[in-house]
Design a protein around this ligand. Structure first.
Ligand SMILES: [Zn+2]
Length: 308
């Protein structure tokens, strides 16, 4: 017998008002008593306690009320379980709604696989010349494309710590990206190409600055076309350095839809689990109802008898 079982058995026999049984350890050596904090009661006291019967517990009306509350709880459980077991129930309704939402999300995901290519219009291989980077504070970058000179510099930010310069982004001081959009570009693509060039020129200028600050070589023979190469995945314009914003947007959208899909799947699984759990506990709940009804009848009989 384990210590725990021995201890529990002792406690139980104490609780119902009996002395701890000396023969509670039949498997152990005879008459060797495992140590507990309480010595066994002398025989005459043990007999007195045994005669006095169980300690008073909840009695009479209080016991009946407690049993009635328990019965109400079990009845509620049974009604929930019966509802879950019926053909139409709120769990199935919610699962149906979640399935509908999942279908929509999965359609959106499929649509994402079949998006038409991004718009594209080529830029000429016009060389980018007169690259000049000043690494002083604040850094400055200049270059020329097709006679258009671009100039970028950082804003000086002395505010935060008084004497320390805070690194900021480059700001375009001169040069017009719109002037680089080729005349043959379809009119409906011009605003998008202008927006792309504005961003790509900024990325290019920042790369020139960073290379200079890191002591690296500047890119050899860059051209205007390098600022807007076609993306092998979506066909749209890639920025200088090969980043495609359209693909990044598509990835973010796919990530969002996948997260939504996973969320809906686990919600639907939780509804199914809950429904199964409720159905499975129905037989047990019915048995518990019979038990509590039996106890309640006995308690009512006892109360009636004590009042006579
Ligand atoms: Zn792309």
């Amino acid at each position: 017998m384990s210590w725990l079982r021995f201890w529990k058995q002792n406690e139980e026999s104490e609780e119902i008002g009996q002395a701890p049984a000396n023969d509670a350890t039949p498997a152990g050596p005879p008459r060797v008593r495992l140590t507990t904090n309480q010595p066994p009661l002398p025989p005459h006291l043990a007999a007195t306690r045994a005669a006095s019967g169980p300690r008073p517990r909840l009695e009479g009306q209080a016991l009946i009320e407690r049993l009635q509350r328990r019965k109400q709880d079990i009845l509620f459980e049974i009604s929930q379980s019966e509802q879950a077991a019926s053909e139409e129930n709120p769990w199935r309704d919610r699962m149906d709604l979640l399935t509908e939402a999942l279908t929509t999300v999965e359609d959106d995901l499929k649509a994402l696989d079949n998006v038409p290519p991004e718009p594209f219009a080529p830029l000429p291989e016009t060389p980018i010349t007169d690259i000049a980077v000043n690494t002083a504070d604040p850094p400055e970058v200049a270059f020329t494309i097709d006679g258009q000179t671009f100039h970028y510099s950082e804003d000086i930010d002395w505010a935060e710590r008084g004497h320390q310069v805070i690194r900021t982004e480059l700001v375009r001081r001169a040069g017009d990206p719109a002037a680089l959009v080729p005349a043959p570009t379809p009119d409906d693509l011009k605003p998008a190409l202008m927006a792309h060039l504005t961003e790509s020129l900024f990325v290019f200028a920042s790369d020139l600055r960073d290379r200079a600050l890191d002591g690296e070589f500047q890119p050899a023979h860059p051209t205007l076309a390098d600022l807007a190469r076609p993306c092998p995945n979506c066909g749209g314009w890639m920025e200088w350095g090969g980043v495609c914003q359209a693909c990044a947007r598509r990835r973010a959208e796919r990530f969002r839809l996948m997260a939504e899909r996973n969320g809906l799947l686990s919600k639907r699984a939780a509804e199914a689990d809950e429904m199964t759990r409720l159905i499975e506990r129905l037989p047990l709940a019915r048995r518990r109802l019979i038990d509590v009804e039996t106890e309640l009848a006995a308690a009512e009989r006892n109360l009636a008898a004590s009042e006579r």
